[in-house]
Each structure stands twice: as structure tokens, then as C-alpha cells.
Design a protein around this ligand. Sequence first.
Ligand SMILES: [Mg+2]
Length: 262
Amino acid sequence: MREAPPLLVFTDLDGTLLNDAYRFAGAEAALARLAQKQIPLVLATSKTRAELTTLSAQLPGVPGLIFENGAGITCPGPGGPQTTLFGPGYAALLAILKDLGPAAAPFEGFAALGASRVEALTGLAPSAVTLAMAREASEPGLFHGNEEALARFRAALAPHGLRAVHGGRFLHVMPERDKVDGLRTLANLLAPGAPTLALGDGENDRAMLEAATFAVVMPRKDGTRLALKRTEGVTIAPAPGPDGWGPAVLAQLGALPQTRPN
Ligand SMILES: [Mg+2]
């Protein structure tokens, strides 16, 4: 039987493993060590599955994906990777939003915005916009309303098993799922009982960072960072993005109990 990996790593992408240029420069040495130790690296992101195809092919040992903030996961299966989508699915989600009437009026999702406005809002290249708009289970968008309007919107979504969460500049309408649900599913599948390490910088990483065996909080470029409830097993990366991700992961690997050489 194959030996269980000494650690499972779950990482956010934007502001965590990736810099503004969508590159992971600075993290290469740590990525190489993970590969050498056969430690699985799971990507946990608000991005779509389509957006992850190129990236995951560049990274060693990516056995699973947690995409659209946990609304979908891809796990290794007997016949190859298996994807599970949660909630009503994208087309049904759009139909629900349409049927909500006035409560949903302040929400302008990607589908309503259209490619050219999503391009202007995100600064992504047209080809990247296509991938970002290849939604499967959640809808990001703008919310043109105050806190009261947002509370009304959330109350209207709840009976449909949907919630609205802030992530970056967008509000994401999605099923009652979180990255941490994906972490639990994949950890159980890949190596039950193995310690987990989560890395992230955003509100949508909070539950994952609170639940993992070890957590690395990534500082943001504006100098702020998430404050967790837990203190044990938490480290703060020395810099935002891959420049901080690399040293933080290497430090974590150095702190693992040494295993017998094969
Ligand atoms: Mg992030």
C-alpha cells in the first residue's frame, strides 16, 4: 500500500499562490519540495474550473480542485477526475434570480453584465473573460444597493438554499457551500487523518483556515490581513502572494516530524 502523505495542502490562488500577473514566481522552490515529498496540493478558489485548467497543468501533484468558492469540487475517481456540482446548477440559479423579482433587482450578475463589461470590470483579457464566465454553479456580480437591500436579497435567496458572499469586488450568489466543505471531502478522500495545511488571504478562506490542522494567513498588499479566532498552528506569511507562500510552505515542511528515508 502506498504510504499516506505527511501533509495535504489546500491553497487559495489570488493574493495567495498567485501574484497580480497570475504567476507563482517565488513559490517554485516550495512547489518542488511538495512534489518531491509527494504532498498533494489542492487549489481552493473562487475561480471557475475552466480558469484552472492551464494553471493546474503547470503545478505538480494537483489531485483535486475546489472551485467557485466550494460550489464545485473535482476529486480523483476510479475512472479519472470526477466533478461534483452543488446547488441547483448555473442555469437554474439564473432562473431563480430572475424569478426573485424586486429583491434581486439590485444584483447584476456576470450573465447580465455581459463579456465586455466583465472585461472592463476585471481587466482580464477577452480569452480569460470567457473562462471566468464559464460558470457552473455560482454567479458573481455587482450589487447596487445598501445593506438593507442586501439583507432583503439574502432573505429571498435563503429558501432556495442560496447565499450571497462578498469576494473581492463582487458579490457571489452560490449554494450553501464553502471552501471548507471541499477541504473536508478531499482530505477524507486523499488521506484520512493526515494533517492539513490551508493558505489564504480572504474572507472566503476564513472557515478553511480555522478548520485546517495548520493555517497560513497571507498578508494583503494594503497591509491588512484576516484575524482568525484560533492562534495555535497559525503563522503569518512574510509577504503577500507567492513571495510569502514559498517561505511559509517551506517553513511548514521543515517543522513536520521527520519520516524514515525510504
Ligand atoms: Mg485570495
